[in-house]
Ligand binder design. Structure first.
Ligand code: SF4
Ligand code: SF4
Length: 471
């Protein structure tokens, strides 16, 4: 894949007097990011070749080192948050590939995440004028969809009915016709592009699912919001795989969204409110683990303690609870490999590639466990892929809010997948990646099936001995 490099120069760091928005931003940054985190970066540049946006643009300001420089200059008062600086920071995927590459242990996620929270906060937004192609109305629609609709599996299910009917009646192409495109806001067109083949809504999972054979562990399953609305079969497959491995599976009905969408859109207050809801829903102190099968949600749940630390208003008791809950969270592959998985028996003859979700391999450092689980499936061949750890462009809601770069990265990933001779499927551990990969492959003329690794393991374990406990 050819990398396009443009002339690279740093955004200038003298930008005139500060506005009230700049002052508000600096106050928030001082409260949430200790200066030492910026100083940990020694500007060696070893992270540059790992950064997807730098690989695509070749612009220093789109690199981890450049963004750290920009963030520090803004925090220090040497740079105001100009539209140019904002665009380079907003273009960051928060994929954290730079953390994996950095020999100095820079916690880049602990810089860009609170920085984006401060940048998107009401106090800063209300008193700043943002330039760019997205209008205020579009911003409002985007924010409403992201923070009000998506975090509710029920609301998302309802909102998907028109798309489901169009798919059922074979009229899905209508939504792509030019009159429909003319009348539909771009974000809705982007959402439609990502939609998978929708199944009818599944009935809720039972609140308690028994283990197959002798009980080895008690776990609680985090079912998510968008993931439950669009990939309910994967949650059910995950529950069955856990049952096959001797787990009693609790599925608390009162659980909520992990809060990642809110947090990444600047609403830390709502993210912490959702964290509190999950603390009240999951009996995390009495079970072996809270299990997650979506990499982005897992990274967020594991970060509850750190996010709490950014908010000076949080009590020490709540901070301890957030940290303790976070410590109980496990990705399903991580948990099964630690438990010692029961070998699945049914062959799944398939040549596939495994796509590393950024929030699994970089944020959670989970690379080998999914591969080890897949290696147990008889007949399944996993082929290597170039740039396996480079983001596919999904990155939470990035493929809705940064369409140009998301599409470039989607095409880059699709090419690497198509370059694998005989590949018949793509496997991953993140619902957002599955949507982005399926859309990118389809647009590249190779509509390969994209599945969660739990879907494949479920096939290989086969049905439960009794259907009493299954939906
Ligand atoms: S998080 Fe990803 S996109 Fe952002 S600077 Fe790091 S490597 Fe680049
Ligand atoms: S983030 Fe790490 S790898 Fe990148 S320039 Fe700074 S110290 Fe070097």
């Amino acid at each position: 894949m050819t990398t396009t490099h443009t002339a690279s120069k740093q955004v200038p760091t003298t930008t005139g007097p500060s506005s009230p928005a700049d002052e508000a931003l600096r106050r928030q940054l001082a409260a949430s990011i200790p200066e030492q985190r910026f100083l940990d970066c020694v500007h060696c540049g070893l992270c540059l070749s790992a950064c997807p946006t730098y690989l695509e643009t070749g612009d220093e300001n789109d690199s981890p080192r450049g963004r750290i420089y920009l963030m520090r200059a803004v925090a220090d008062g040497r740079l105001n948050l100009t539209p140019e600086a904002t665009s380079h920071l907003e273009a960051c995927l928060d994929c954290r590939a730079c953390e994996t590459a950095c020999p100095s242990g820079v916690k880049y996620g602990r810089l860009i995440e609170p920085f984006k929270v401060a940048m998107e906060s009401d106090a800063v937004r209300e008193s700043s004028v943002r330039s760019g192609p997205i209008t205020q109305a579009t911003n409002l629609l985007t924010s409403t969809l992201l923070t009000k609709l998506f975090p509710s599996a029920k609301l998302t299910q309802w909102a998907l009915w028109p798309a489901r009917w169009l798919q059922q009646w074979g009229l899905d192409g209508l939504a792509r016709s030019w009159p429909a495109r003319l009348m539909t806001p771009e974000i809705l067109q982007r959402m439609h592009r990502l939609l998978p083949k929708l199944s009818p809504p599944a009935p809720p999972l039972p609140e308690l699912l028994p283990p197959v054979g002798t009980k080895r562990a008690t776990v609680a399953l985090f079912t998510g919001c968008v993931a439950e609305a669009m990939f309910s079969q994967t949650n059910r497959a995950t529950a069955r795989v856990l049952q096959h491995n001797g787990c009693e599976v609790l599925v608390p009905r009162s659980q909520g969204c992990c809060g990642a969408i809110h947090y990444h859109n600047g609403d830390r207050t709502q993210a912490i409110a959702l964290a509190r809801q999950n603390l009240a829903s999951f009996p995390w102190r009495e079970i072996d683990a809270v299990i997650v099968n979506v990499a982005g949600c897992g990274a967020m749940l594991k970060d509850y303690g750190h996010i709490g630390e950014e908010d000076p208003a949080i009590s020490p008791v709540l901070l301890e609870e957030l940290g303790s809950f976070a410590g109980s969270v496990r990705d399903v592959s991580e948990f099964l490999m630690a438990l010692g998985p029961v070998a699945p028996g049914h062959p799944v003859p398939l040549k596939a590639v495994y796509h590393d979700a950024c929030h699994l391999c970089h944020a959670q450092k989970i690379r080998q466990q999914p591969r080890d689980l897949l290696a147990m499936v008889p007949g399944l061949e996993i082929a290597p892929i170039e740039e396996a750890e480079i983001c596919c462009g999904a990155a939470g809601s990035y493929n809705l809010t940064q369409p140009d770069m998301a599409d470039r990265l989607g095409r880059r990933k699709a090419k690497h997948i198509r370059d694998v001779p005989g590949v018949a499927a793509v496997l991953t551990g993140n619902a957002g990646c599955a949507l982005q990969l399926a859309a990118s492959l389809s647009e590249s003329g190779s509509p390969l099936p994209v599945m969660h690794i739990m879907d494949i393991l479920d096939k290989s374990y086969g049905p439960l001995p009794s259907t009493d406990s299954d939906d």
